[in-house]
Design a protein around this ligand. Structure first.
Ligand code: PLP
Length: 624
């Protein structure tokens, strides 16, 4: 377990059973009623679904919604804050109907609302929402249709807030509200000068592309007053960026925004809500630091700091405490999904055994490589390393200029890699590793070929180098003897994972078990519930994976409560505008031509066409 840091990143949801299975619990830190992930996999397979599978544990989502709301309730209670808290789940973080439905269902007892950033998201939100005590926040650029939809939501009794993101939106909002005779709740998004470090923090700061600066906000106030609608302005919003690792940045922004809020009250706006957007980070690597994939605070600390920050400024300004809203997405949904996949094969790095001596006529550079290997000892590691790099280049040049054969070149490379392997073994005994030898172990690591697509299922790992915890889900009572990287089944050289979480930051390989014959080896990538599903793309036409949702019962049993089959080849082809009927017609003609020209028999034609049709209806991933 320690090897994979489960205790650090798992937030109490994951643990290891005595038989070495990874187990999952919906009650953090309590494993009496935990469920074995390999058992869930067995259940998935009995139901005929193949790997990879995105597994959602529905009650982890409930736990996270409760954690966020209860932490705010407790901070508000203990600090004597005179306002309240309302959550708004930003649909963009995971728009799947099942997810939004689960958020609204469990969120009901806290009046946890939704945030929409586009027309499509608003239409989804209006369809899913029932709770008129919850807020429905409309961010994003708004055209007339978007504004009208928001006004209709208001007519239906929803607390729908139209947040002004661009100066140009205001005139249209005023016009449409008057036209429809609806008094809207308006918000304004401020561009704070506070900025945060983080992979997604471009949304904050003076140069952020969203929100209004101070002058523009004053202009909004003047125009609303003129239109006799200043009482509609009730909310101040900002969003510093997602995954803010440092609590100091969060505090700085809360403070600045609270001052702007007090300023709006002073201008006569009817202020009630302070909406801090997203940013509450997830500790993906378990380091609890301000590394990009971590956070140096807990959810509790976040809530206490936010409430205290707002109170401090507003008490000083003698302004009533607002209802605090956050649009936390990542922290709510990340934990509840994991990607499970099987390993298809492993390439071990093992040079061929070498002879005692080389034949007399061996090329001189290969001979030098061999001599360097024979002379290698603890004291001349660096010198030997330099020599073999030099002679390997000479061997390559000799091959390029036709002086040695391809077989001889292979022999030279083999001597080179055997020497590297021995250097790596010896280097383990050195008190300090020479700088140049630092990556030598990684050059020899294994490649485990895995049944998934990085581009489809872990797009942030590829696009922005985000780290996700990845580990085997069984055999955890056996010490893994290999170190490797993971390759996916796309044929792209970026289709790999070669950065892994580590207590020191990042490492280039992960510990893995030797594959057993006729037995599957399953790995999981965890905390993938936020952003990954809809950002994923169709590289190499690998489509959506199968999705299974499980609910853990209080007695440790579990129910399969949802199941969605992944894309078929036919579906994927239609996404990229193929007409599969037309494809089949063309393919039939090709096969018939082959019959006509005697390449195949009519019976073979039938078999080939059947395989083609079955392929169209099949899963896009590797099927055993
Ligand atoms: N609110 C807005 C306006 C956003 O743009 C985002 C995403 O970046 C969020 C909320 C969600 O942020 P997070 O996932 O960090 O909670």
């Amino acid at each position: 377990t320690e090897l994979y840091g489960v205790r650090e990143w798992g937030a109490g949801f994951f643990g290891v059973s005595d038989n070495g299975d990874l187990q999952v619990s919906a009650d953090p830190g309590h494993f009496d009623h935990a469920v074995s992930i390999p058992e869930i996999i067995a259940g998935i397979q009995e139901r005929g679904l193949g790997m990879p599978v995105l597994l959602r544990i529905e009650n982890i989502l409930d736990t996270q919604i409760s954690l966020l709301n209860e932490s705010f309730i407790s901070a508000i209670g203990s600090l004597g804050y005179r306002g309240s808290y309302l959550g708004a789940y930003p649909i963009k973080v995971n728009q799947q109907q099942q997810v939004v439905e689960a958020v609204t269902r469990h969120g009901k007892k806290y009046h946890h609302g939704l945030e929409a950033g586009s027309k499509a998201e608003l239409i989804a939100a209006m369809g899913m929402m029932r709770d008129t005590e919850a807020v429905l926040i409309c961010n994003g650029y708004k055209d007339e249709e978007f504004i009208d939809l928001g006004l209709h939501a208001t007519q239906l009794g929803f607390k729908c807030v139209l947040v002004v993101e661009m100066p140009s939106e205001l005139a249209l909002i005023i016009e449409r509200s008057k036209e429809k005779g609806v008094k809207p709740i308006l918000g304004v998004r401020v561009k704070l000068s506070a900025q945060a470090n983080g992979l997604w923090s471009e949304s904050g700061g003076d140069r952020s592309i969203f929100g209004l600066n101070a002058t523009q906000i004053i202009d909004v106030i003047d125009r609303l007053r003129e239109a006799e609608m200043l009482d509609c302005l009730q909310l101040l919003h900002y969003h510093l960026g997602s995954q803010i690792p440092n609590i100091r940045d969060i505090r700085g922004a809360v403070s600045e925004a609270s001052r702007v809020y007090a300023g709006l009250v002073g201008e006569g706006a009817n202020m009630r809500y302070l909406d801090l957007g997203g940013g509450l980070a997830v500790d993906y690597d378990g380091t609890q630091t301000n590394f990009m994939s971590s956070r140096n605070y807990s959810v509790n600390e976040y809530c206490v700091d936010v409430v205290e920050g707002v109170m401090t400024v507003l008490d000083e300004q003698e302004v009533d405490h607002p209802i605090i809203i956050t649009e936390s997405g990542r922290a709510v949904v990340a934990y509840y999904s994991m990607l499970l996949f099987n390993v298809l094969d492993a390439a071990h790095f093992e040079p061929e055994p070498l002879p005692e001596t080389l034949p007399e006529d061996t090329n001189i550079h290969i001979q030098h490589l061999f001599d360097a290997l024979k002379d290698l000892n603890l004291r001349n590691i660096q010198e030997c390393f330099n020599d073999i790099l030099y002679y390997r280049d000479e061997v390559r040049q000799a091959f390029s200029s036709g002086r040695i054969s391809f077989r001889e070149r292979a022999m030279g490379e083999n001597v080179f890699w055997e020497t590297i392997r021995r250097i790596a073994t010896l280097a383990k005994d050195l008190p300090t590793l020479p700088h140049e030898l630092e990556g030598i172990g990684h050059a020899l690591s294994d490649i485990y070929y895995c049944n998934f697509s990085v581009f489809q299922s872990l797009p942030d790992a590829w696009a922005i180098g985000q780290l996700f915890p990845i580990m085997p889900v069984h055999r955890l009572n056996e010490r893994p003897s290999r170190e490797g990287i993971l390759a996916d089944i796309t044929c792209d050289c970026d289709g790999k994972i070669d950065r892994f979480i580590d207590s020191q930051g990042v490492k280039k390989t992960m510990p893995l078990h030797v594959l057993k014959e006729n037995a599957e080896y399953y790995l999981g990538a965890f905390l993938v519930g936020a952003y990954q599903e809809t950002l994923g793309d169709l590289h190499n036409l690998l489509g959506d994976t199968n999705i299974v949702t499980v609910r853990i019962r209080d007695n440790g049993e579990f129910d399969f409560v949802g199941e969605m089959e992944g894309d078929t080849v036919e579906e994927i082809l239609s996404y990229v505008e193929y007409d599969t009927k037309y494809l089949l017609t063309r393919f039939r003609e090709t096969a018939e031509n082959a019959v006509r020209t005697g390449k195949i028999t009519p019976a073979q034609r039938r078999e080939i066409l059947q395989a083609y049709k079955t392929g169209l209806q099949g899963y896009t991933y590797f099927e055993r």
